[in-house]
Design a protein around this ligand. Structure first.
Ligand code: SF4
Length: 578
């Protein structure tokens, strides 16, 4: 219990979902249909998946409660049992990524925990929470896994922290169903099926356990085979990745022991009005008072007055899981909906005039998408941006420019910042509006520093990452400097770089350092060591030490000292904290 009962009763607003039985009663509910369990604290925000899913269910007529960061049996039993299902997620981030550094050490800070100390989210949170529910309630409603940890661990996957191939998390957690990807529509369909006696295994985006391979499903190599054979693991991953587009995917099946993990094709993407509706639900944009009493939640500072304009990414950087989780298709909200959200932010009592971010996984993909993809699905075997930008992609920042201009005119809004990463190759490829977009961003939408994530500068490493080459980075830097001069403002570029990605040697890091000094005139500080997170192509390369497309051997720095050394070639040795 984090807060005095009377105090939180006084503080709790109406738009928060209930977290205690008293709040359930105050809503006039005799019980709950769904209880969502999360590894993050409960922030009622469109940036928090558990809030979004909970509110979509409430909108559909279900009674939903939230247990955030439960630890004891008393926490797990606080809301009783749900009538329909338990929804279990690690939170916004895979719990191993949230809890461990790239070196495997436990992180001390957690921005999604009150007080900031990393002391409330267990490793492998989804499995731990599912086990706790089974321990507290012997016969209970189905357990449904969701969120990024479940999504990226849904088939057999490489787990960096145990350095082995693990089974589907559905089997490890002994849960009943798994909803992968963006689950707003599938979770409502699942609730309907469980309420009305329908068949949950027919829903898009659902994973479940079956005794046999369903008709029409693609059978992936079995868990035992991929755990023992890296070539089979590569074949499995290609087939898994290829069946990730909602318009072209087939159901997948993978034998785990004597049974099969089966998944239906991904949910159809929410676009336009359906996506608008999700972001315009009644969010408090605050931490629930029950948890807020535990201390400051730092994540709130960045998400509270930020706006999501779109989801999905066609960048397909090899180390990023967005394409597998959110999809390659960029789904966009309407300008009218984004404007209404800006007006709502401006009316918030704590708003001080700055919208801290207008963006998505990549800020400048808003308004830029391929018609062919929307109609027939993303191309298999061809990427939208790598090795060159596809001619079918209508690169035009005009819509974003108009949006930013409109947002700046909202009464009460003094500044609109673009803090999400910008793809510099897209800006440079836009001959119509690229320069105007850059001018506008430099003049009005960055505060001193603009973040770029080239990740590396050496062509071989960039090719392994699926990132654009150094020439477009240099061209962008020149254009940025010109824009800065025109704006008469000193603005700087900050470069996010990566060490120890598969294919990267000490020599590549030395060249990166030289390139940064000579071509970019910086001494980079933002260098992260590559973490092989589940279900990415870079992780596949890390595990197999081969290029998954050419089958050629790839150098991979796996030793802890070597990985740190690669970083320190650029940054110098880390200073000891005394
Ligand atoms: S046509 Fe080009 S932009 Fe469209 S999905 Fe295929 S690769 Fe991507």
């Amino acid at each position: 219990m984090l807060v005095d009962k009377g105090e939180y009763k006084r503080l709790a607003g109406d738009m928060f979902l209930p977290t205690t039985s008293d709040e359930v009663a105050r809503r006039g509910w005799a019980g709950l249909d769904v209880i969502l369990v999360t590894g993050d604290t409960y922030i009622d925000s469109p940036f928090a998946g558990v809030a979004v899913i909970g509110k979509c269910l409430v909108r559909a007529g279900y009674r939903v409660g939230i247990l955030a960061q439960p630890q004891t049996d008393a926490d797990f039993t606080r809301l009783g049992e749900p009538a329909l299902f338990w929804g279990v997620t690690s939170g916004c981030v895979d719990s191993m990524v949230a809890n461990r550094t790239a070196s495997g050490r436990r992180r001390r800070r957690d921005d999604f925990t009150p007080g900031g100390e990393n002391n409330r989210r267990p490793d492998r949170a989804v499995t731990v929470y599912s086990n706790a529910i089974r321990r507290c309630f012997k016969q209970t409603a189905p357990i449904v896994l969701g969120g990024i940890e479940a999504s990226l661990r849904r088939v057999a996957h490489y787990d960096f922290w145990s350095n082995r191939i693990r089974r589907s998390i559905l089997f490890d957690a002994k849960a009943d169903y798994l909803l992968y990807g963006m689950a707003e529509s599938s979770v409502v369909a699942l609730a309907g099926a469980l309420r009305d006696g329908g068949d949950p295994t027919l829903i898009r985006g659902v994973g479940f356990v079956a005794a046999a391979v369903p008709e029409g499903a693609v059978e992936l190599p079995a868990y035992e085979e991929v755990a023992a054979d890296k070539e089979a693991f590569t074949r499995m991953f290609h087939a898994f990745y290829a069946n990730n587009d909602p318009l072209t995917a087939r159901p997948l099946a993978q034998r785990q022991d004597t049974r099969y993990y089966v998944q239906q094709p991904p949910p159809l993407p929410l676009d336009g009005p359906a996506l608008d509706a999700v972001y315009e639900l009644d969010y408090e944009r605050d931490v629930h008072p029950y948890y807020a009493a535990g201390g400051e939640v730092r994540a709130l500072d960045t998400i509270r007055f930020s706006i999501t304009t779109h989801r999905g990414c066609y960048g397909e950087c090899g180390f990023c899981a967005i394409a597998v989780h959110q999809g390659r298709r960029v789904c966009m909200r309407s300008e009218a909906s984004i404007l209404r959200e800006a007006q709502a932010l401006a009316a918030h009592p704590a708003f001080r005039g700055t919208i801290l971010d207008v963006g998505g996984p990549t800020a400048n993909m808003y308004g830029i998408e391929c018609t062919r993809k929307a109609e027939s699905g993303a191309c298999r075997g061809k990427r939208c941006l790598h090795p060159a930008i596809c001619r079918e992609l209508p690169v035009d920042h005009g819509r974003q420019l108009n949006l930013l201009k409109t947002l700046q005119q909202v009464p009460g809004v003094k500044r609109v910042i673009v803090a999400s990463g910008v793809r510099h190759d897209l800006v440079m490829a836009d001959l119509k509006h690229g320069k105007r977009y850059l001018d506008a961003v430099v003049r009005d939408h960055v505060s001193g520093q603009m973040k770029l994530a080239p990740e590396h500068t050496e062509p071989g490493v960039l090719a392994a990452m699926g990132k654009p080459g150094p020439s477009s980075l240099k061209a962008f830097r020149e254009a940025f400097n010109e824009s800065t001069r025109r704006a008469g403002k000193p603005q700087f570029l900050t470069y996010y770089l990566m060490a120890a990605h598969p294919g990267c040697t000490d020599g590549d890091m030395r060249k990166l350092k030289t390139f940064a000094a000579q071509e970019l005139e910086v001494s980079p500080e933002q260098v992260q060591i590559f973490t092989p997170t589940p279900s990415t192509y870079s992780t596949l390369m890390y595990w197999t030490e081969r290029d998954p497309f050419t089958d050629k051997p790839v150098f991979v720095e796996k030793g802890e000292k070597g990985r740190v050394r690669q970083k320190e070639i650029v940054t110098g040795p880390a200073r000891k904290v005394t």
